[in-house]
Write a protein that binds this ligand. Structure first.
Ligand code: DQA
Length: 157
């Protein structure tokens, strides 16, 4: 029987995605690109693995589900990458849930909301995020993994 490793397993990086991000690849590709969310999930998992972290990668169109997962991350995650989709700009409930976290949070957007309609310029997520990465499409998720891994390990991003 294989000897059990004495090394404790790293907690995962949670990557939570909000409404309509399940349609990435088909939805406004000129804004969000042609990469699907499943492809982003695979890229993120590989990048996180290179830093020694597993990932939990999820998407929901429902505010309550996102809140439940954020609260779950309090004890189950080493850090959180969050693309709240349109809830970023509207949800005080998600803001309150994020405020309960002691782990680092990186906010990601595929597009650059600041270069778009004015209602996208406000982000409740930015108020609690350690860092914000916008406008770099799927590459932003990989940069977020790199930054989060550093933060979790106690280094400045
Ligand atoms: C988005 C930007 C939001 O303004 C928008 O509502 C989305 C996607 C992004 O990743 O660019 O759904 O979060």
């Amino acid at each position: 029987m294989a000897k059990k490793s004495s090394k404790s397993k790293a907690l995962p990086l949670y990557v939570l995605n909000g409404p309509t991000l399940n349609l990435l690849g088909q939805r406004e590709p000129e804004v969000y690109g042609r990469t699907t969310l499943a492809e982003i999930g695979k890229m993120v998992a590989a990048r996180a693995k290179s830093h020694g972290f597993p990932t939990v990668f999820r998407q929901s169109n429902h505010e309550g589900a996102l809140i439940d997962w954020i609260l779950e991350a309090r004890t189950k995650a080493a850090g959180l990458i969050f693309n709240g989709g349109a809830y970023t700009h509207t949800s005080i409930a998600i803001y309150d849930a994020l405020r309960t976290l002691a782990i680092p949070v990186i906010e990601v957007h595929l597009s650059n909301p600041h270069a778009r309609e004015e209602f996208r310029h406000r982000s409740y997520v930015s108020m609690v995020a350690s860092g914000v990465i916008v406008g770099l499409r799927e590459h932003g998720y990989l940069l977020a993994v790199d930054a989060l891994a550093r933060l979790v390990k106690g280094a400045p991003a």
